[in-house]
Design a protein around this ligand. Structure first.
Ligand code: NAD
Ligand code: UGA
Length: 464
């Protein structure tokens, strides 16, 4: 079975880059990415490719090559579904904010809307691919909706979770550790559908890295992978506090344990706490699923990863307050970095939002500089917490265009994203223009202590 037309519903951080790479690598397949967000689609279609809505190193070059050739962005969802042999569902699956499972379960309303739309529009057989991260056994619900509300056409449901990380999305897509495809491999039609997707990835990925499993294993592996990754960050962050109290240095501890090949060196970077749209959401979802199945010990085990992460953000903010003589009221605190990690403009669940919120509760005056995040996004993130009115957020927080404006006459600096450019700043100038004592809090272990202390900074870094 040869796929000629792909439709991807959802032009976000996953749908956009993933489809751009598929289109680039498979010039004979037409790929149409659709979204109900007309502004987002307009940005993907912007004549100046630098204005695409997602910042990812290398992405604009890929889009430039494929867009208009075999990569299209559109708001016409029905038409793209109708034409497609294969439909990826890549819509958001946020934590529910209402009703049963509020604050824990994944909200599947966007997924269900897609399924109903596919069922309504489709006139020929389709392969439907779950690209979004979903609770285990969602494919069953999808199949049920498609079979019962459709026009009698056949659907094969595949699970093909995405493992890309933001900031390295293009590299991750070009050269993934593995691609996971779950399908109904016991049946010939299911196997054929799996093979059709394998053939697409085989355009650029060695076959031995294309892993096929049953659907439930694939769905659950995605949640498991994120839980394991987040757990490593919480584990090293737990050790970071122990290091601070004991004279050990978490960087040295990370190195020492990471050289054990059974542990490995990756994801052992202590920080102010993990952020991003998925770790917290996916673990909460795992906790919810476990609880729903009566597995309370399993649920408690994974919930601790989130509890530790929340604690780490709070602990960092309180350290600032405590160090600044137990009050930051009316004091200017420069926040360097708002994105949840470097090389992305994504701020979802960024630790910076929570650290700023705690400091604002203490009546600090916050000045933010981030090289990629827009001013409106920073206010929207704070407003979303609902801790204070939008007017109050605007009165207490300002956003500036340079790190030097942010740090001028500040009482303290908090480095909250590990942007490379922060290493290269003129720290001498920054020190000279700050109020004294000049406090510098490194939430990312980005800066060198010795040189900063030599300049005169009062320096605090996570985990030492
Ligand atoms: P996103 O919010 O950036 O994008 C989702 C898009 O879907 C939005 O633009 C939204 O308008 C659109 N959408 C929602 N309902 C729609 C509908 N009915 N019809 C058309 N468009 C619709 O989300 P994302 O970060 O791309 O994540 C998507 C999924 O991928 C989530 O399940 C997430 O857990 C998973 N995931 C994300 C990442 C990541 O790095 N962001 C990595 C791996 C997996
Ligand atoms: C993560 C996973 O790495 C991806 O495999 C997965 O596809 C994705 O979630 C998803 O499902 O959305 P992402 O959140 O984009 O990717 O970025 P990560 O590099 O995993 O970083 C997540 C957070 O952990 C960031 O805030 C980062 O700063 C923090 N982190 C990461 C640390 O604090 N220490 C580390 O050692 C690693």
């Amino acid at each position: 079975m040869k796929i000629k037309n792909i439709c991807c519903i959802g032009a976000g951080y996953v749908g956009g880059p993933t489809m751009a790479v598929i289109a680039q690598k498979c010039p004979e397949i037409n790929v149409t990415v659709v979204d109900i967000n007309a502004d987002r689609i307009a940005a993907w279609n912007d004549e100046d490719v630098e204005n695409i809505p997602i910042y990812e190193p290398g992405l604009s070059e890929v889009v430039k090559e494929a867009r208009g050739r075999n990569l299209f962005f559109s708001t016409n969802v029905d038409s793209a579904i109708d034409k497609a042999d294969m439909i990826f569902i890549s819509v958001n699956t946020p934590t529910k904010t209402y009703g049963i499972g509020k604050g824990m379960a994944a909200d599947l309303k966007f997924i269900e809307l897609c399924a109903r739309q596919i069922a309504r529009v489709s006139k020929n057989d389709k392969i439907v691919v779950e690209k979004s991260t979903l609770p285990v056994r969602t494919a069953e619900a999808l199949k049920n909706i498609l079979d019962n509300t459709g026009n009698g056409v056949n659907y094969q449901i595949l699970s093909n979770p995405e493992f890309l990380a933001e900031g390295t999305a293009v590299d991750d897509l070009m050269n993934p550790d593995r691609v996971l495809i779950g399908g109904d491999i016991e049946n010939p039609e299911g196997k054929e559908a799996v093979e059709a997707l394998v053939d697409i990835y085989a355009h650029w990925i060695p076959r031995e890295r294309l892993l096929t499993t049953n659907v439930w294993s694939s769905e659950l592996s995605k949640l498991t992978a994120n839980a394991f990754l987040a757990q490593r960050v919480s584990s090293i962050n737990a050790m970071s506090e122990l290091c601070e109290k004991s004279g050990a240095d978490v960087k040295e501890v990370s190195k020492a344990i990471g050289m054990d090949s059974r542990i490995g060196p990756k994801f052992l970077q202590a920080s102010v706490g993990f952020g991003g749209s998925c770790f917290q959401k996916d673990i909460l979802n795992l906790v919810y699923i476990s609880k729903s199945l009566g597995l309370n010990e399993v649920a408690d085990y994974w919930e601790q990863v989130i509890i530790m992460n929340d604690y780490q953000k709070k602990r960092f903010a309180y350290k600032i307050v405590q160090t600044l003589f137990n009050t930051v009221s009316g004091k200017k605190i420069a926040v360097l970095g708002w994105a949840f990690k470097k090389d992305t403009n994504d701020t979802r669940e960024s630790a910076a939002i929570y650290v700023a919120d705690y400091l604002l509760n203490e009546q600090a005056e916050i000045v933010v500089y981030d090289p990629k995040v827009k001013t409106e996004q920073i206010y929207a993130d704070l407003d979303y917490l609902n801790t204070r009115s939008s007017e109050e957020n605007r009165a207490q927080v300002s956003v500036v265009d340079t790190p030097y404006e942010a740090t001028k006459e500040a009482h303290a600096i908090a480095v909250l994203t590990e942007w490379d450019e922060f290493k290269e700043l003129d720290w001498e100038k920054i020190y000279n223009e700050m109020l004294k004592p000049a406090f510098l809090f490194d939430g990312r272990r980005l800066l060198e202590r010795a040189t900063k202390e030599k300049m005169g900074f009062e320096f605090y870094a996570i985990g030492s």
